[in-house]
Write a protein that binds this ligand. Structure first.
Ligand code: NI
Length: 260
């Protein structure tokens, strides 16, 4: 019999996949040994929808939060709304995606920081992990996390820094989530990170529908493709895909403590 191992896609916008239905996304994931998918929230208007999707499908979990690019839409009643949602939906396993994005728009960095800090504090209050979006904001993200985060496990989603920054994050106790970019031929920095960090701090993700790994680069991404990420990391580390699957799934189980 074929050896059975499973993957957990720790960051996947399955609600944004357009070319196939949610049912097809889930079937494909299932057939490719993806046993759990965590759906992040980006927009305040999506909080109910994201929570609802997680509640409706057995293998779907979610983070609730507001993406840095949407920080201007934050208002403090959202913290209450998120807290309320979490109080009755056991499928919400973290706060995310939150952080800083200086790539798209630098004009409201101060607002981004303020909203980031508020959401870190919310996660701390609820004792939930935080899924971090850091785009061209490594230093500020790191400084805010080390200053304000008290008790939440930190996951650097779609890690895009150098191996030196990865090591700083590891030393601070953070986890590093790697996605499809690692399969790109020119992603030299990313390959170095995938090779150089301890397995017990590594998580897999797709960030679907974006950042589709080779050999489907350019097409729409989906959780089923997380295996290509795992295969590339396994090759780089000269270990088996099973070992990557086992270690990353164990890490995710430990961090998110899935209740149902
Ligand atoms: Ni995302």
């Amino acid at each position: 019999m074929e050896k059975k191992y499973s993957f957990i896609d720790t960051h996947s916008h399955i609600d944004m996949i357009e070319k196939i239905t949610l049912e097809e996304v889930i079937t494909n994931a299932d057939q490719n040994n993806v046993t759990k998918i965590i759906l992040p929230c980006a927009y305040p208007k999506d909080i109910d929808k994201i929570s609802q999707i997680a509640a409706s499908y057995p293998n779907i979990y979610a983070y609730l939060g507001v993406h840095p690019s949407e920080a201007k839409d934050w208002d403090d009643s959202l913290a209450e709304k998120i807290e309320n949602e979490i109080s009755f939906n056991k499928k919400i396993v973290g706060i995310g995606e939150i952080g800083l994005d200086y790539y798209w728009d630098k004009s409201f960095n101060a607002v981004q920081k303020e909203v980031f800090i508020k959401q870190i504090q919310l996660a701390n209050k609820l004792n939930l992990p935080i899924n971090i979006h850091d785009r061209e904001a490594h230093k500020d993200c790191f400084d805010i996390l080390t200053e304000y985060n008290k008790n939440s496990t930190v996951i650097m989603h779609c890690f895009s820094g150098s191996i030196e920054f990865a090591k700083e994050c590891i030393n601070a106790g953070f986890y590093i989530a790697i996605g499809g970019v690692v399969t790109f031929k020119n992603a030299v920095k990313m390959k170095e990170v995938a090779k150089g960090i301890p397995l017990e701090r590594l998580l897999l993700e797709t960030d679907a529908p974006y950042l589709t790994p080779v050999p489907y680069r350019g097409e729409e991404n989906q959780p089923a493709y997380v295996k290509f990420v795992a295969e590339e990391i396994a090759n780089l580390r000269k270990i088996t895909v099973e070992e990557i699957a086992l270690a990353t799934s164990e890490n995710a189980e430990r961090i998110f403590n899935f209740q149902i």
